[in-house]
Structures are given as structure tokens and as C-alpha cells.
Design a protein around this ligand. Structure first.
Ligand SMILES: [Zn+2]
Length: 424
């Protein structure tokens, strides 16, 4: 076998330069069939060469050097159909300028969340469309092998992303196996109908025990319709995300009516308001934040209501959480519009919100997962939906998986009052 380890060819010349190695090769055997009419030739059939053309293809690197193969590709006369036909090789990708093994390699590399088509094209010295074709072939293979199995704990998340050809960010629903920390499906659109359809596509969806989600009602309704026995959990991340959004809307509305100087200082504390107070720098950030809040009483009230609800999440048990929550409720004054809105929302979804304390969820999960997707989107710079979906499902790094030990979701038997445990 030659240095290229391609058994179809003999190397007849070799060039080396600083940038690449080039091998001129010729095929060893004559074709066994006509690529035009499909006729299979007898072993001793006499085939006449019509002409020989040079075809350049890229191959995998050898010891860090780029490799170019120049093939002396022949055209023959077919004794069966009388037409001319080009010989084809099993180690060279048809209709492309790469070897099959480089295409496989590009397929595997391009699906990763931390690469872009452009960076790979650069690295391997091929065109971006070649990378994209390799990607599509690889994805088709993976999709064909895939069985969408329902996880024990399903996460449904919503994310707004840039999709090629759209001016506005598009809402997408991400389904995850929460315990494995792996995304399992990525759907464009966030309607209840879509979610119902996706859940039903999962093998064994009837056995899903827990579904984590945000505060919007579409997912909850979809779950109630398809898997009524499953527990819905609205996790801490989504509750606080909702609260932060509401506080930010208030901040922005005050800012829009303020004088120029005030607008600047309100904008400057935007991220400090959203952050956990204990993560802020005591001297600078907290002083600046408190100074600004002092001037806007309604914003100050909303901010402290947010911090107060966050403290409820420090509770170790569900019972403690309820106690802290009731205290929090009494601290919300009538005029605190944002606080009252959140209180109303949490009360409406109390069962789901406090189910969080049954599960010992780690908050890091959803957050880190969202970051994984955002990074894919940023690197891709306007992927199509299909590309984005494949990258998210097949190529994203593991987000931090949920540690769901000691999960004790239970229902209470209406007659005996006994707890019925759903999970071990
Ligand atoms: Zn033929």
C-alpha cells in the first residue's frame, strides 16, 4: 500500500511545498461497470480509453501537511451502450473535490457546536460549500439512525435565535433530556400544537415522569393534554428570568421618560439590577445601584421584591420555601405593580413552582444549556433552521447535567391522605 493508503491508485509523482504535499496518482484497475448505462463488464472485456483528464481532490492531512491528490481520471468507450463514461472511485466523493474519508471527517467536525463551516473550509483548504455538503450527508446518516426516545425528565425551553433569511429572531422550542444534559429535539415555533406533536413523536412518551418548563402556558397545556400524569416543574431559572424581565420593562419605561443624564444612569445599572445582589462588587456596583434606585421608588420596590423572591430559593425544604414565600407575599405593597404581578403569576402556578423544591434541581443546568445554544448561533452567523437543529441535537457539548438524586415527587391519595411516590 502507498503512503496515501488508497488501494485504488498508484502514486506516480510527488511534489512537496511548504504549504502542501501533492500526489499525482493513476488508477490501478479498469472499471468494472459503465457509469452511464450500468452494464457490468466481463473480466477480460476490452475497454478503450477515450481521454484522460486531471482531477484534483483534497485529502486528510498527513503529519500536519495539507494533501492534494491529482488523479489521472480516464473516460472510456462503453462496448454496451456505445457512449463514453467516466470511471468512478470508491475512495473519492462523487461530484465533489474531496476524498470520501475527508468528507466523513468534515461531516464529524462540522457538526460540532464549536466549529463553523467557514473555519473548517479554511483549515482543510476546501470550499465552504464542500463543508456544507459533507455536513448534510453526515446529518442525513445520523437522522436515519436516530430513535427519539422519551427521557424520564423532559425539559422544554424556549429560545429566540437568528435564522437565515429572517429579520427578526425566531422563537424555537428546545427539548432536552434533563438528566443526561443533552438536547434531543429543536423545533421552530413554540405553539402548543407543535409541542404536542413533538412529545407524541417520542418513543415511550407516556412514561415521562417530570417536565421542566418556563411560566408560559402553552407547554403546560401541551403536557396536560399528552402526559397528564407527568409532573410539571417551573424551575428557578425561569421564574427569576420572568421576574427580571418585568423589572427591566419598568426600568426601560422610566428611562424612556427621563432626562438625558438620568437615562444614562438607568441604563448603566441595567445588568446590576438583573444580577444576583451577592454577585455584585460591594463597593462599586452595589453603591452605584443603590444610589440610582434611591431616586426611583417604584423601581426600588420592584427590585427588592425580585431579590426577596430569589431568597425564597435558598430554602432547603419545600415547607421552608412556603414559609419564606408567605412572608415575601406580605412584604409586597399594593403599589408595587411588578411585585403584585409576579405574586399573581406564582400563585396561579404554585404547584409547579414549588415542585422545584421536590427535585433538588441544580439551577446551573438550564442556564448553561442556553449558553451552549447561544454559542452555536453566534459562531454560525445566520445558520438555516436545518443546520441549527442538527448542530444543537448532534453537536452540542454536554451542558451541566441535572443532579436529580433524591427526587421525591408525590401525589396525595384523596381518601387515605397517604403520599403516593412517583419516583424512587
Ligand atoms: Zn454503457
Amino acid at each position: 500500500m502507498n503512503v496515501l493508503e488508497l488501494e485504488e491508485f498508484n502514486i506516480i509523482k510527488e511534489f512537496r511545498s511548504e504549504q502542501y504535499n501533492k500526489y499525482v496518482v493513476e488508477p490501478i484497475d479498469k472499471p468494472t461497470f459503465c457509469s452511464k448505462c450500468g452494464s457490468i463488464f466481463k473480466e477480460n472485456a476490452k475497454l478503450k480509453v477515450h481521454d484522460v483528464r486531471t482531477r484534483k481532490v483534497a485529502d486528510q492531512d498527513i503529519r500536519g501537511m495539507k494533501v492534494i491528490i491529482e488523479i489521472k481520471q480516464r473516460r472510456f468507450y462503453c462496448p454496451e451502450c456505445g457512449d463514453t463514461f467516466t470511471e468512478i472511485f470508491k475512495s473519492i466523493a462523487p461530484d465533489d473535490r474531496i476524498t470520501v474519508r475527508l468528507r466523513d471527517c468534515l461531516g464529524k467536525e462540522s457538526i460540532k457546536g464549536n466549529t463553523s463551516f467557514a473555519s473548517l473550509a479554511d483549515q482543510y483548504g476546501v470550499s465552504e460549500s464542500t463543508v456544507k455538503r459533507s455536513f448534510e450527508i453526515h446529518v442525513a446518516k445520523l437522522d436515519a439512525q436516530r430513535v427519539l426516545v422519551a427521557p424520564r425528565i423532559l425539559g422544554i425551553d424556549e429560545i429566540y435565535v437568528h435564522i437565515k433569511g429572517e429579520h427578526r429572531k425566531q422563537p424555537c422550542a428546545v427539548f432536552t433530556d434533563v438528566e443526561k444534559g443533552k438536547p434531543i429535539e429543536f423545533v421552530r415555533g413554540i405553539t402548543k400544537e407543535l409541542v404536542v406533536q413533538k412529545i407524541k413523536e417520542m418513543k415511550g412518551y407516556e412514561n415521562i415522569e417530570v417536565v421542566t418548563m418556563d411560566m408560559a402556558s402553552a407547554y403546560r397545556n401541551a403536557v396536560e393534554e399528552t402526559i397528564p400524569k407527568a409532573f410539571c416543574v417551573i424551575d428557578r431559572f425561569h421564574v427569576m428570568q420572568k421576574f427580571n424581565m418585568k423589572v427591566d420593562v419598568l426600568r426601560a419605561s422610566i428611562q424612556s421618560k427621563a432626562s438625558e443624564g438620568a437615562r444614562k444612569e438607568l441604563f448603566r445599572v441595567k445588568y446590576a439590577i438583573r444580577s444576583n445582589r451577592e454577585n455584585l462588587n460591594k463597593n462599586e456596583q452595589i453603591q452605584q445601584l443603590d444610589g440610582v434606585l434611591e431616586k426611583y421608588p417604584s423601581l426600588k420596590e420592584a427590585y427588592w421584591a425580585k431579590e426577596g423572591l430569589k431568597d425564597v430559593y435558598n430554602a432547603k425544604t419545600k415547607y421552608d420555601a412556603y414559609q419564606l414565600y408567605y412572608q415575601w407575599e406580605t412584604s409586597i405593597s399594593k403599589g408595587n405593580k411588578v411585585g403584585k404581578e409576579m405574586q399573581k403569576l406564582v400563585n396561579k402556578l404554585k404547584k409547579e413552582v414549588f415542585a422545584y423544591f421536590d427535585g433538588h434541581w441544580t439551577n446551573a443546568y438550564t442556564e448553561s444549556f442556553n449558553n451552549v445554544i447561544r454559542r452555536i448561533v453566534r459562531l454560525g452567523n445566520g445558520y438555516s433552521y436545518d443546520t441549527l437543529r442538527a448542530k444543537v441535537i448532534f453537536g452540542s457539548d454536554k451542558a451541566e447535567p441535572l443532579k436529580a438524586k433524591n427526587m421525591q415527587f408525590y401525589e396525595v391519595d384523596a381518601i387515605t391522605g397517604k403520599r403516593i411516590f412517583v419516583t424512587d
